[in-house]
Structures are given as structure tokens and as C-alpha cells.
Design a protein around this ligand. Structure first.
Ligand code: PLP
Length: 401
């Protein structure tokens, strides 16, 4: 019997960020120097009081199944956090705790999409959105944005992309991969179009606490009255508390949507790890100075990266106001040779940079933006410094084709 893979999974693109990270690891294993700026995860360890809460949870016997949608205390804590930070009133039953924000997003597309329902995704986009929409049998509709506008979707571009099949608008702010953020006014303009066309908005707010300078984060549902009815917020502990490995994220949704997500989760995965849920509870309810300490360190690195990119000939980058990414416009270097190797695409550029100088970045094409490369600065200043020296050497070696 031939074991065949379903067409829907055969058509799926594997995650390019993970593929680049794997290539970087291979080089490292071969004993070569690698400056790894490929993966989007904080390099800090999870704060100690959170780890201790996990140990306590195990000792106290919280090692059994929990409710499929998560423990009541964590759901209540998430609802309270959104109330305190943003003045949004969510009941604990509107919160579903999942295996990371990625799982929370996948749940949302699965419960909302019927075949051929369209989901508008502004490009550059995080690698998993379009693939998850396709797996849910929806249709991703990619809408390009401009670097000159910090890659923000405009109401005009949104309006032009809407068809009778449009169901969802997806927004990610602060953004992976661009490191930019929507202002409250930007969001309000998009909210008006969403209300006019009766769209659901999925707001991925996973990078919420990581903002820099004067940029002010606004939660999408706050920018117009009544938006909670059409908004699904995605958030979690992975980025803010350096808890990527614990796999805890969540959705806040209208009651009937939350009920559908809980029901889906009860059949597909059951609860996320009980121990991780207690750790996440300690993260949210405990002291928040660890978040600010990590943010301040990211801010230092961001300033350093901005200064180094500014000094790179013919490379530009939008203003980095949030998350921990620099989305570099490398288009001036495409079509040139680097030590004899012809570089035509952002994939060529990233692979050649890794091969020749050991610097791992991710090609813009993976995020729907050819001509760019994403550099994650969730790495020490020391590594960033050596990595930028290597990028400078690489660019200097460029010759016309
Ligand atoms: C924009 C965005 N959303 C969601 C996620 C997924 O987060 P988690 O690790 O909690 O699944 C990521 C992780 O890289 C991300 O960058």
C-alpha cells in the first residue's frame, strides 16, 4: 500500500524561519561560526519566579488534565489583564488557553472559515498565517503594503481587496516581520472599513509589550466602540515573558466563537500543558518588572541595529517601533555577485550571506516581500556587533554582475 500525503498538506509551505534556523544549526554543528539572527525568540531564560511556579504546580499535583479550554484562574487573569491594560471587558469564558499563539490562530481560522471564505492578510506577513488559512480551507488574500508607509495597510488598499467572500481581516501589530506598528488612528480607519463591510478582525497582539520610543500600542478592539463583537484578539506569554518553549497562548473572542474554539480544542488537542498554564498564571499575576527589563534590553539592541543599518550602503529599513525585527531592504544588492556568486533573489542573498559570512537571516520572499531580509535582534549585543561586521564585509565584496 502506498502511503500518500493529503493534497492539502502537500500544498503547504514549511516554515522558512525554521528552515533557516535549521541551516544555521547545521553550520554550527560542523564547527563553523554562525551569527544567528533567524529565529524570533527571546534569548533570555524564563524569569525564575515563573519557573518556580511550574515546580510548585507539579509538587501540588497539577499534573492532570485540565478543562480543555484552560484553567479558570488563567482565563480570569487574562481577562483581568485586558481590562486593566486596555479597559476591555471580557468574561473569563471568552478566553481560551491554547498551545501557544500559533495554535490559538489555527483554532480561529478553523472555526471561522468555510470553504472559499477569504482572509485578507497584509504583506509582509508572518509565515504561518497564509498556510493556516489554507489548511482551514479558506483563501488567503495577500495585500501588499509600502515601506514608505512603514508597511501599514491603508483603508483604501483594504477596501480594494474586499469581495463578497471576504470574511476576515488579519492584523499583526507590532509586526513580525517588519517591526512596525499601527497607530490608534490607523487602526480606527481600518475598523471603520471593517464595520462597513461586516468583517471579523483577527488582531495578533503577541508583541504588545515590546514597543520602543514614543510609539504607543493600541489594542484593536479599543479604537471604536463595540468592536469586541467582531474582534478576536490573539496574545500569549511566549514573547513578553521569554516563554516560547512553554507553549501557552490564547484568544479573546465573542462568546459563541470562544465556545466553538473550546469545543474544537476538546476534540483536537485537549488542554495545553497543565504545568505551563500555572507558569503562565504566575507570569501574568506576578511582578512585571522582568518584562520591562527585557524590553529595555531589546530597546538598546534596537538602537544599535538601527544605527548599524543606517551605516550600511544602499540598505534601508522602516522605523522599528515594536517587536524585535529589522526588515532590511536589500533590493539594491540583487543582481550583483558576491565573491563570484550571482545573487538574484532574497533567498540567494540570505543563503550566500550564511555561506560566506555565517550570518543567518530570513529571506523576505518567505514573508511575501521579495527584495527584503529579516534580521531578528533577539540576540546579545556582542553577537549583533560581530554579525553586523560580517554583513559589512559581505556587502563590500559585492561586484556588479
Ligand atoms: C506574529 C506572531 N504570531 C504568533 C506567533 C506564535 O507564538 P507562539 O510561540 O506563542 O505560538 C509568533 C511567533 O513567532 C509570531 O511572530
Amino acid at each position: 500500500m502506498a502511503v500518500t500525503i493529503s493534497q492539502i498538506v502537500q500544498a503547504m509551505q514549511p516554515s522558512a524561519t525554521m528552515a533557516m534556523a535549521a541551516k544555521a544549526k547545521e553550520r554550527k554543528a560542523a564547527g563553523k561560526t554562525v551569527y544567528d539572527f533567524s529565529l524570533g525568540e527571546p534569548d533570555f531564560n524564563t524569569p525564575e519566579h515563573i519557573c518556580q511556579a511550574a515546580t510548585r504546580a507539579m509538587q501540588e499535583g497539577h499534573t492532570h488534565y485540565t478543562a480543555a479550554s484552560g484553567i479558570a484562574e488563567l482565563k480570569a487573569a487574562v481577562a483581568k489583564q485586558y481590562q486593566q491594560r486596555h479597559g476591555l471587558e471580557y468574561a473569563p469564558q471568552q478566553v481560551v488557553i491554547s498551545n501557544g499563539a500559533k495554535h490559538a490562530l489555527n483554532n480561529v481560522f478553523t472555526v471561522l472559515c468555510d470553504p472559499a471564505d477569504e482572509v485578507i492578510i497584509p504583506a509582509p506577513y508572518w509565515v504561518s498565517y497564509a498556510e493556516q488559512v489554507k489548511l482551514a480551507r479558506g483563501v488567503p488574500v495577500i495585500v501588499d503594503t509600502e515601506q514608505s508607509n512603514d508597511f501599514r495597510l491603508t483603508p483604501e488598499a483594504l477596501r480594494a481587496a474586499i469581495t463578497p467572500k471576504t470574511k476576515i481581516l488579519l492584523l499583526c501589530s507590532p509586526s513580525n516581520p517588519t517591526g512596525t506598528m499601527y497607530s490608534p488612528d490607523d487602526l480606527a480607519a481600518l475598523a471603520d472599513v471593517s464595520i462597513e463591510h461586516d468583517l471579523v478582525v483577527v488582531a495578533d497582539e503577541i508583541y504588545e509589550p515590546l514597543t520602543y520610543g514614543n510609539a504607543k500600542f493600541a489594542s484593536f478592539a479599543t479604537v471604536r466602540p463595540g468592536l469586541e463583537e467582531r474582534t478576536i484578539i490573539i496574545n500569549g506569554v511566549s514573547k513578553a515573558y521569554a516563554m516560547t518553549g512553554w507553549r501557552i497562548g490564547w484568544s479573546l473572542a465573542p462568546p459563541h466563537v470562544a465556545k466553538a474554539i473550546a469545543s474544537l480544542q476538546s476534540q483536537q488537542t485537549s488542554n495545553p500543558s497543565s504545568i505551563s498554564q500555572y507558569a503562565a498564571l504566575a507570569a501574568i499575576e506576578g511582578p512585571q518588572d522582568c518584562v520591562e527589563q527585557m524590553r529595555a534590553e531589546f530597546a538598546r539592541r534596537r538602537d544599535f541595529v538601527a544605527q548599524r543599518i543606517e551605516a550600511l550602503p544602499e540598505i534601508t529599513c522602516p522605523n522599528m517601533s515594536g517587536a524585535f525585527y529589522a526588515f532590511m531592504n536589500i533590493s539594491a544588492y540583487l543582481g550583483r555577485r558576491f565573491n563570484g556568486t550571482k545573487v538574484e533573489t532574497s533567498t540567494d542573498w540570505c543563503l550566500t550571506l550564511l555561506e560566506q559570512e555565517g550570518v543567518a537571516t530570513v529571506m523576505g520572499s518567505a514573508f511575501g516581500a521579495e527584495g527584503y531580509a529579516r534580521l531578528s535582534f533577539a540576540t546579545s549585543l556582542e553577537v549583533l556587533e560581530a554579525g553586523f561586521d560580517a554583513i559589512e564585509r559581505f556587502l563590500k565584496s559585492a561586484t556588479p554582475a
